[in-house]
Design a binder for this molecule. Structure first.
Ligand code: NAD
Length: 361
């Protein structure tokens, strides 16, 4: 029986509530699929500042480096908003991403047919939507040097950033994107601005060169302005979308909103050994924290991604995803996904229902 290690970082606000439900689901699925998980728990974010004075304590770092994968709730909240930028909870998140070299961000946008009415697009445009955005997370214009704001002799100020990728950075993310396309529908669309930006001319050239290693994958290229348009015009045309840090930031939020509810969206950030940090897309939702109102499904679906991409337990991941579908079919809804007038269940009820649905499979 294989044994995995998973570090839980519940974090702040609704984080502990949603991570608690995801842990229940992971325990249940592990016993059904005959593998074991050793869980450890550590502080990150505001709770870590309160308990030890740092958003990313050394003890958390040691556990993060040793774990096969990490499941995070969310960090931040009004209690820490007054701190200087360098001491805020979000710094903990940036530091752990850097430590683990998590360059590959995965943001699936999957619209459950049961929730098609929650999308801002017409149901026929989004029903059955299932796309994956692969975003480069540690390079590009967010990290490129030189950067800054400078004044010339006359006092006129100019702000500047540098969009830069080297061939190796492009190659390593593109390889992963081809491999994800292979596990899914076999289609990869690389998004760039190669008609204007040299950095993305190189991006397009490198991605095109790799295509010969993946003859089974249908590769296409699209300019980012067109991709933004196509995402809201006909989003179901996409399977896997590969792009850089800046374009990925914008397109992944657009794709997320096609699905209607922030409480349903998982994400993953991986390094070259497929170790990763998995987290819901939403934040710590201080407005509903501690009230049992949070939707735990984004975190439960993040746990499914963790099983698939870091622990190689694909069957268990599929079991969780099918259980979530069955729960939605049964009509159970937390407040964020309930139609007006529909009755609403608690965070714990939703987690319990997923556990029950697992054993019904
Ligand atoms: P948020 O995602 O926390 O909340 C936005 C709205 O969505 C709120 O009304 C909230 O109640 C609702 N919501 C969010 N998750 C939900 C869920 N699972 N179920 C039901 N409703 C849900 O965004 P925000 O209010 O802008 O940020 C709150 C705090 O979270 C801030 O401190 C912010 O910095 C932090 N944050 C952290 C992360 C992260 O940890 N990765 C990401 C985004 C924001």
């Amino acid at each position: 029986m294989s044994q995995h290690s998973v570090l839980l970082l519940p974090g702040d606000g609704i984080g502990p509530e949603v991570v608690g439900e995801a842990k229940k689901v992971m325990e249940a699925v592990a016993s059904r699929h005959d593998f074991g998980i050793d869980f450890s728990v550590a502080d990150l974010g505001g709770v870590a500042i309160d308990n030890s004075g740092s958003p990313y304590p050394e003890s958390t770092k040691e556990l993060a480096m040793a774990a096969d994968a990490i499941l995070l709730g969310a960090v931040g909240g009004p209690a820490w908003d007054g701190l200087p930028a360098a001491e805020r909870p979000e710094r903990g998140l940036l530091a752990i991403r850097a430590d683990l070299d998590l360059f590959c961000n995965l943001r699936p946008a999957l619209l459950y047919p049961q929730l098609a009415d929650a999308s801002s697009l017409k149901p026929e445009l989004v029903a059955g939507l299932d796309l994956l955005i692969v975003r480069e997370l540690t390079g590009g214009i967010y990290f490129g040097e030189p950067r800054g704001i400078e004044a010339d002799e006359s006092g006129l100020r100019r702000g500047f950033n540098t969009d830069v990728y080297d061939e190796n950075e492009i190659r390593r993310i593109a390889h992963l994107a081809f491999q994800f396309a292979r596990k899914r529908g076999g289609r990869l669309c690389s998004v760039d601005k190669a008609n204007v930006l040299e950095v993305t001319m190189l991006w397009r050239e490198i991605v095109s060169d790799l295509a010969s290693e993946y003859p089974d994958i249908e590769l296409s290229h699209m300019y980012v302005d067109n991709a933004a348009m196509q995402l809201v015009r006909a989003p179901k045309q996409f399977d896997v979308v590969l792009t850089g840090n800046l374009f990925g930031d914008i397109l992944s939020d657009t794709a997320a909103m096609l699905t209607g509810s922030i409480g349903m969206l998982p994400s993953a950030s991986l390094n070259s050994e497929s170790r990763g940090l998995y987290e819901p897309v939403h934040g710590s939702a201080p407005d509903i924290a501690g009230q049992g109102k949070a939707n735990p499904l984004a975190t439960i679906l993040s746990a499914a991604m963790l099983l698939r991409y870091s622990l190689n337990e694909d069957a268990a991941a599929k079991s969780i995803e099918s259980a979530v579908e069955r729960v939605l079919d049964s009509g159970l809804r937390t407040g964020d996904i309930a139609a007006p007038g529909e009755s609403v269940c608690s965070t714990g009820d939703m987690g319990d229902a997923v556990v029950t649905a697992l054993s019904a499979s």
